[in-house]
Design a protein. Sequence first.
Lengths: 197, 197
Amino acid sequence: MYYKESHTLLLNNIARFIDLTELEKQKYLSLLTEIKVKKKAFLMQAGDVTKYEYFITKGCLKVYTLDEDGAPHISMFAVEDYWTGDLASFMTKKPTRYFIKATEHSELLGISRTNYDLLFQEIPKFEKFYRILYQRSLISYIRRSNHGISLTAEERYIEFKKKYPKIVNRITQKDLAAYIGITPEFMSKIISKVNRM
Amino acid sequence: MYYKESHTLLLNNIARFIDLTELEKQKYLSLLTEIKVKKKAFLMQAGDVTKYEYFITKGCLKVYTLDEDGAPHISMFAVEDYWTGDLASFMTKKPTRYFIKATEHSELLGISRTNYDLLFQEIPKFEKFYRILYQRSLISYIRRSNHGISLTAEERYIEFKKKYPKIVNRITQKDLAAYIGITPEFMSKIISKVNRM
DNA sequence: TAAAAGTCTTAAACTAGTTCATTTTTTTTC
DNA sequence: GAAAAAAAATGAACTAGTTTAAGACTTTTA
């Protein structure tokens, strides 16, 4: 059976943890919505109740909140083959505090809350898929929330560069600063220092 | 059917997300190991391959790593009705980088990796239980890794006190400092400042 | 219950990271 | 491809949090 590129990417992502029959694959894909976001456009804004969880098939987006002073804090950069959204708002149906903005023209596959619930009824194997997906995300967030607090900004930058070498070149220094948790000015100093070494 | 106190606590924890028959409850409980840890004793040390995931029925433990300088960084305080362990080491069977030490005499129920895998075969409903458990932990870690980076130490202390009022009184200021991510000296200053306000 | 060990407080000198202001460089837009 | 807008670099003055050291208070242990 032939699938378009974006569907193949998603099916491979799922095949890491569970095996689906052709029929199940088609059923699953029928529950998804295709979404395109232009560069600088918002996928989600604070106050929205998020309708979907997203799988990125093309592009790059930044997920962030604004603090009381209006300063952005980026919690992740989402690129191809990543899942994103606001799980809290998606589950509780309460308004999100997050913004998700495309930093490149992006294409996504979204699953609505109704279809997410339906999915577990129709193909119970997906409980396992999400159990493992959340377990792995949890492991990396636990590590990150530890690291974030125990490393200096320079060490966090070096770690990020090592872990996501491709992403570093796709984002601005300013956005990287908002992710690392420092000012753009200090980010600039760190980068010139690290490059000199 | 009568269950002992520790088992009732665990069964109620599970009943938040899934319903079990009496038979399933008994089957589940039979897969668990009872563990006691004296104050100051270790449940786990860096280098160990962790054999269990733990549910705490009594007491308090601190979960931490040591950085290159030997300074501790506490990632959580685990008390009654909490789950703890090192999920990464448990899943990959690689050595852990964590220490888990009892700060009070503690009692736990542990599930081994073998029995964890068996559980999903015997009672597939547990896929759903862990899917939701990990989903919720993930939501709170995502929030925390954001907050950790955007708040000052004083704000993080006030948040912790509001969120875990009971735990604050059970731990030392020194351990709280290692959790907040500051020195004990600065923790002391913050506390006397906040109390004066 | 006395001694030892660990915890908490205070203070002075220090450093990682911020703020504000200005200039240069790069990217976007028409 | 010129003008406008945004991002990056640099530097000086500032602040949140660290380090070191010493004394007071509490808890643990023999």
